[in-house]
Design a protein around this ligand. Structure first.
Ligand SMILES: *Cc1c(COP(=O)(O)O)cnc(C)c1O
Length: 482
């Protein structure tokens, strides 16, 4: 077959094994704006796309992401074999559907649901979708109760600390007021003391972060549940907890099983988790699980019969890939509790090693250093020393070696406090940690020798207030966390 390459140059007699870089596409550039009129050979198109992706850098050196960047070869194989499986076609692909049901039961068991075999749950595309479903269930349940009591149900709210953006989306998309408790002093998250002040009869749920995005820290779900018990005694309002355990749900049950954050607390009615984060599944795997079937309001469930069988669905998506669920099930079978414990324990060790070294470097104060009692296997720190550079400069410098170590303001109301964070994930070994530490030291030395432009220039360029520079970070006083 001849191709539009039509090139006399490089064309080999056998037609299509000419050097890939002599083809039309390679000599004239990639289609970018208009839809291309003609196609090209698969190997040319592949090479072009493959080469463009080099600019993404190495995902495993992206220490900003919580998501899976390494998987066993068997996972790659199963993903390939599942390319054509649509999760919604439960009648056509009954075994993929069965694997999903098994995963839900296993997770309900892992998170101590009273009846793991009988509860409601679903796979999702990630924690965001799962969070929306948990939030909607809380809103609908509250509305039902209010209507039954003959009270207005038009001004729902939910209470939380600093949350991932999915909760701001939930608030806006589904018209529920978000009451994000401002941080005070050296507190980095929602505390039991915040409950009384911010909850009322219109509060549909409190969202607890179990493995917070900004710092990796666990919120005190048990303490917040106790505070809600006291609130109920005083006011009569029974407020459920949804745990956003995007990060923690696959960690604590293995490494710190006595930490109580899950369905052992009767007030916890729903949990979301990202299978594609600490669950070790490839991207596109999330889970929403309810404490009991009754905690998922019927209004959220649709029954469809046009796929053969009569299937209940309560997802935001219709078609979605089934491979992630298949790979998640593989992970559960492959590792079991013991395997997950080993994987995550190794990551905690590496995080602690990083934290010790970073803390010893001088200008940093470690906020969370991979302590399994306090959070996930992440290291988060602030710059407290007086240095001629900002955390943003440091992040830029590390990028020249391929490392992505983000610097960002702590939260909306603490813009002047800049945090840096490293997620220690599956595939990040002690050796890689040591390489990162060497580069950190080199970067700091470089920035001290060659201080970057003033923060004023940076403000103009980036529109950020680079707090640690323009105003030295406030001291945490005696209550500083290590
Ligand atoms: C990542 C994250 C989310 C969003 O999860 P996705 O799986 O990326 O959709 C929600 N909450 C927390 C705490 C997260 O870390």
């Amino acid at each position: 077959m001849t191709t539009s390459a039509g090139a006399s140059m490089g064309r080999h007699e056998s037609g299509n094994d000419a050097d890939v870089y002599t083809g039309q596409l390679m000599r004239h550039g990639a289609p970018k704006a208009g839809f291309p009129d003609r196609g090209t050979e698969a190997r040319l198109a592949y090479q072009l796309v493959h080469d463009e992706l080099m600019l993404d850098g190495v995902a495993r050196m992206n220490l900003a992401t919580f998501c899976t960047t390494w998987a066993e070869p068997e996972v790659h194989k199963l993903m390939d074999e599942s390319l054509d499986k649509n999760m919604i076609d439960k009648d056509e692909y009954p075994q993929t559907a069965e694997l999903e049901r098994r995963c839900v039961r296993m997770l309900a068991d892992l998170w101590h649901a009273p009846d793991p075999a009988g509860t409601a749950g679903t796979s999702t595309t990630g924690s965001s979708e799962a969070a929306m479903l948990g939030g909607l269930a809380a809103k609908f349940a509250w509305r039902e109760r209010r209507r039954a009591e003959g009270r207005p149900a038009d001004r729902p709210n939910f209470v939380c600390g600093p949350v991932q953006v999915c909760w701001e989306k939930f608030a806006r998309y589904f018209d529920v007021e978000i009451r994000q408790v401002p941080l005070s002093g050296d507190t980095y998250f929602l505390t039991p003391d915040d409950i009384e002040r911010h909850c009322d009869e219109n509060t549909v749920m409190v969202v607890c972060n179990f493995g917070q995005t900004f710092t990796g820290l666990f919120e005190d779900v048990k303490g917040i549940s106790d505070a809600l018990d006291r609130f109920q005694e005083r006011t009569g309002h029974d407020i459920r907890i949804h745990v956003d355990a995007a990060n923690g749900a696959f960690v604590a049950p293995f490494v710190n099983p006595d930490l109580v954050w899950d369905f052992r607390l009767p007030r916890v009615r729903s949990i979301n988790a990202s299978g594609h984060k600490s669950g070790l599944a490839p991207l596109g795997a999330g889970w929403a699980v309810w404490r009991t079937e009754e905690d998922l309001p019927e209004d959220l469930v649709f029954r469809v019969d046009y796929l053969g069988g009569n299937e209940a669905t309560f997802n935001l998506n219709f078609s979605r890939p089934g491979g992630q669920v298949v790979a998640q099930y593989y992970g559960f079978v492959r590792l079991g509790r013991e395997g997950y414990r080993r994987v995550h324990s190794a990551l905690y060790e590496t995080a602690q090693h990083l934290a010790e070294r970073i803390s010893a470097m001088g200008p940093f104060e470690v906020i969370h250093g991979g302590d399994p009692d306090r959070g996930i296997s992440a290291v988060a720190w602030r710059m407290t020393g007086d240095e001629p550079f900002t955390p943003y400069d440091l992040a830029d410098r590390l990028r020249t070696r391929g490392w992505l170590v983000p610097a960002y303001p702590l939260s909306a109301d603490r813009q002047d406090e800049v945090v840096q964070r490293v997620l220690v994930r599956h595939g990040f070994s002690r050796d890689m940690a040591d390489l990162l530490l060497d580069d950190l030291v080199r970067s700091i030395e470089h920035l001290r020798r060659h201080p970057p432009a003033t923060s004023l220039d940076q403000d103009e360029a980036g529109g950020f207030n680079h707090g640690a520079r323009s105003a030295p970070a406030p001291s945490l006083g005696g209550g500083g966390r290590g």
